[in-house]
Design a protein around this ligand. Structure first.
Ligand code: DP6
Length: 319
C-alpha cells in the first residue's frame, strides 16, 4: 500500500487560461505544451491506517497549507472513505512560482495514488483526475509535445510529438523564486469576470492551436515562436485588462524579453513564453543553448537559470 511516481512540469506554448466549469475544473480552451525532462516532482504515498488525518511533507517539511488540495486529489482517485495517507513530495525547482509545480505534482500524485490503493484506473481517467486537481497537470501525464482538447465533460490529451522527436532546449530564467501572490485559478476567474478581452481570447484560441500544431508537425521553430509569443502576450493582456489588473512580471521579466528580441535580431532562432509568474522561458535548438543560457544569465535581475530538454510523461518510480 505504497507507491511513488515521478512527473515533470510542462510549459504551455498555447496557454490554458479560463475555466468553463469550476466545480470540475474544466478548462475553457484547449492548450499545447512541452514536457520538461530536467525538472521533476516525486510524489510518494503510503496508506497508513494508524493515521487520523493525511500528512503531507514537502521537501522534508510538513505543509498544512497545501494539504487540503492534495487530500482532495487523493479522495478523487481513491474515494473519500479511503484510509489516511502520508504523502511525501520532493522536487528540484521552486514551488508555486509560475514554473508549473502543480502540474508535475498532481500528475505524479494521481499515478502514485492509483498504485498505492491498488486501483486500475485507465490512462484517460488519470488524465481527468489530474486535470481536476490542476488543469495543466493533465498534460504532464504525457511527454513530448502534448495537446489538451476539451470534450463534453472531460479533457483528452494526445501527443503531437514524442520526447525524442524534436530535441529542443528550454532555458528558464528565474527572476524571483518566491511564491506568486495570486494562484492561476483565482486569476483566471478574475479575468473571466472582468477583462474586456476575455471573450476574444476564448474565440481566437482555436486559430492559435491550429497554427501551433502545424508548426510543431513541421518542426518549424520560427513559426512556433511567433504564435507562442503572440498567445502568451495575449493571455497577459487579458490579465492586464482585468480589474484589479494582474501583472505577474517584474522588470527582469521585461529585460529577459528584450534579451530574446536581441538574440532574434542577431538571427538566433529562439522564442519566449511566460506563465503566471515572473520567470521567462526561452526555447531554442540545442546548438544555441549555450548562447541563449549565457545571455539570459547576464540579463539584469536574473537570479538563476535552469536548462531542460524535452521529457517523458508521468510514471511509477521505485520506492
Ligand atoms: C498560465 O493549471 O495552474 O500556466 O487548473 O487552476 O490549477 P488550475 O490552473 P493551472 O494554470 C496554468 C496556467 C498557465 C498556462 C498553462 O499552463 O497552460
Amino acid at each position: 500500500m505504497r507507491a511513488k511516481a515521478r512527473a515533470h512540469p510542462n510549459i504551455a506554448v498555447i496557454k490554458y487560461w479560463g475555466k468553463r466549469d469550476i466545480e470540475r475544473n474544466l478548462p475553457a480552451v484547449g492548450s499545447i505544451s512541452v514536457t520538461l525532462s530536467d525538472l521533476y516532482s516525486d510524489m510518494a504515498i503510503e496508506v497508513d491506517t494508524t493515521l487520523r488525518e493525511d500528512v503531507l511533507l514537502v521537501n522534508g517539511d510538513e505543509s498544512r497549507s497545501m494539504l487540503a488540495r492534495v487530500s482532495s486529489c487523493v479522495d478523487n482517485v481513491a474515494g473519500s472513505d479511503r484510509s489516511c495517507v502520508k504523502i511525501t513530495s520532493d522536487g528540484n525547482f521552486p514551488i508555486a512560482a509560475g514554473l508549473a509545480s502543480s502540474a508535475s505534482a498532481f500528475a505524479a500524485l494521481v499515478v502514485a495514488s492509483n498504485a498505492a490503493f491498488g486501483l486500475n484506473k485507465s490512462h484517460e481517467e488519470l488524465v481527468n483526475l489530474a486535470g481536476r486537481a490542476s488543469g495543466s497537470a493533465a498534460r504532464s501525464l504525457l511527454g513530448g509535445f502534448v495537446e489538451l482538447e476539451n470534450r463534453d465533460n472531460e479533457v483528452v490529451v494526445g501527443n503531437l510529438l514524442a520526447a525524442d522527436d524534436w530535441p529542443l532546449r528550454i532555458i528558464v530564467a528565474i527572476t524571483a523564486p518566491g511564491p506568486k501572490p495570486l494562484s492561476s485559478g483565482d486569476a483566471m476567474e478574475i479575468s473571466r469576470k472582468t477583462s474586456p478581452f476575455y471573450d476574444r481570447w476564448i474565440e481566437q484560441q482555436s486559430e492559435d492551436l491550429t497554427e501551433a500544431r502545424a508548426a510543431i508537425q513541421d518542426r518549424d521553430l520560427i513559426r512556433l515562436g511567433a504564435i507562442a509569443e503572440h498567445n502568451c502576450l495575449k493571455m497577459h493582456s487579458v490579465m492586464w485588462g482585468s480589474r484589479p489588473p494582474m501583472i505577474y512580471w517584474n522588470s527582469a521579466t521585461i529585460a529577459c524579453m528584450q534579451t530574446v528580441r536581441d538574440l532574434q535580431s542577431q538571427g538566433i532562432p529562439v522564442f519566449f513564453t511566460i506563465d503566471a509568474g515572473p520567470q521567462l522561458k526561452a526555447i531554442c535548438a540545442p546548438e544555441h543553448e549555450e548562447l541563449v543560457r549565457d545571455a539570459m544569465a547576464a540579463t539584469a535581475g536574473v537570479v538563476d537559470v535552469m536548462v531542460s530538454g524535452v521529457g517523458t510523461g508521468a510514471r511509477l518510480a521505485t520506492t
